[in-house]
Design a protein around this ligand. Sequence first.
Ligand SMILES: [Fe+2]
Length: 77
Amino acid sequence: MQKEDLAFFRKWFSDYILDFYSSDPFVRENIDLKAKHTKKVCENILLLAKAEKLGEKESLLAETVALFHDLGALNSF
Ligand SMILES: [Fe+2]
C-alpha cells in the first residue's frame, strides 16, 4: 500500500458519495453525516495505528479500511 493508493481511494470515495446526494434535504443531511462520520473514523484509526506503532504501509491500509467501512450503509439511502 502506497500513499498514492490511499489518495486514489479518497478521491474514489468522494466521487462515490456524490452519487448519493439528492434534492431531498433529509437525504443530503444524512449523506453529510455519513461523510463526517467516515472522516472521524479515519482520524481515529490513525490515532490507533500510532498508538500501536504500526508502520506506514499498515497505517495506510488501516485508513483505507476506515474509509470503506460503511460503504454498504450508504446504499441504504
Ligand atoms: Fe460507521
